[in-house]
Design a protein around this ligand. Sequence first.
Ligand SMILES: *Cc1c(COP(=O)(O)O)cnc(C)c1O
Length: 231
Amino acid sequence: MITNFNYIDENFKRIRENVDSSIAKYRKSDDVVRIMAVTKTVQPEAVNHAINLGIDLLGENRVQEYLSKKDIYYKSAEIDFIGRLQTNKVKYIINDMSLIHSVDSLKLAQEIDRLAFKNSKIQNVLVEVNIAGEESKAGIKPELLKDFLLEVSHLENIRVKGLMTLPPANSGEKFLAKMQDLYIDISQEKIHNISMTILSMGTSNDYMQAIKYGSNLVRIGTALFGARVYS
Ligand SMILES: *Cc1c(COP(=O)(O)O)cnc(C)c1O
């Protein structure tokens, strides 16, 4: 087990600089882009090291893994769920999550709504978009997004705050641009309970390009913590 986490300092500094220079290059000077630390396979002590450096948002992919690590995490960071979420597992995480990025079916949205009501909370969510229409991937296809949002808008204990996507690897900028267009189009629709304030897009390989296309939340794993080791 690694106990010296100083390599994270350099990584975080570089990411921060890259985010700032991308904002300077492509965006309004007062635009804010949040950096999420994606924690899958990362030991909780390394995550805490990142929190000490200034990380204030964690992204969790797996319910079981999260439950095994949550008590060790420092409490100062917000936690979002970004992975595929089975309806029967929502109950284990709903009270801890600021935002669930991966809503991709009405069944899941209904279960989140039901449990949010039961726990007297309003759950903020993003709708995951399958921007390239890949058969193997989660997410709502772009042409079905508006109808999906209209259905979700009836659920009173959910608030849709924006969109999330994970474009195909090495696909260049075209899907980032397509996602930005979709986000802007949907922003112009006035749908009850739906606001477009968060565009969650960009990972270690493409966060600077994602910022170019309007992302305001980048989800960084390997560029911060190093290559993932699966046990
Ligand atoms: C793993 C993961 C990331 C981070 O990917 P990296 O390439 O390690 O930066 C971002 N978003 C989601 C949904 C992920 O599962």
